[in-house]
Design a protein around this ligand. Sequence first.
Ligand code: 99T
Length: 199
Amino acid sequence: MKVFFSPFSPYVRKVMVVAHETGQDVEKLDSAASPVARDTTIVAKNPTGKVPTALLDDGAPLYDSRVITRWLDAQHQGTRMYPEGEALWPVLRREALADGLLDAALLARYETAMRPSDLLWQDWLDGQIAKIESSLDQMEAEAESFEGIDAGLIAIACALGYLDFRFPDNDWRSGREALDTWYSRFSERPSMLDTRPDR
Ligand code: 99T
């Protein structure tokens, strides 16, 4: 599989971590995804122009990150990142929780790093930050039950890594000891170390 890649994208990171954890190679394709200067090479394969966008061996495109991670998980015989049966639903919900945090974080990032500063909409930015905080609170409430590895936990770890990378002033660890303890351990996995955005 090939993937339009960005070392800074937490969504791409989820794909790379799942590939690493399931022993699969992914070829990285150069890309420059941006909502204001669209990468036409990506757009030709994925009309949203976002990364990750994957290309299968026959050239067929696959997106978005949750579809690609599920595809990767269907290709190997080891521990499933998406378990079967009833165990699947909490994994999908946690993945959605993490992606929801990321969606808010990315909107906040674009608002501050991309939008001309005289057009910044503070109430809207505050709304995104409130989503990040309430999602973090939910993660903290569940963190003591985090165990092993699955697609939900990978997404949560990539979301926390993104906050550290793009929002260093967001002290998400404060008052969230269980989440902090879990993340410190999880982020030592080779798959996480190998995909750090600041490497
Ligand atoms: O919005 C755009 O046109 C370009 N943005 C992206 O491609 C971002 C890069 S993260 N990716 C997504 O928004 C993917 C979301 C999708 N639902 C998925 O794949 O799950 C860049 C982060 C950064 O550089 O700070």
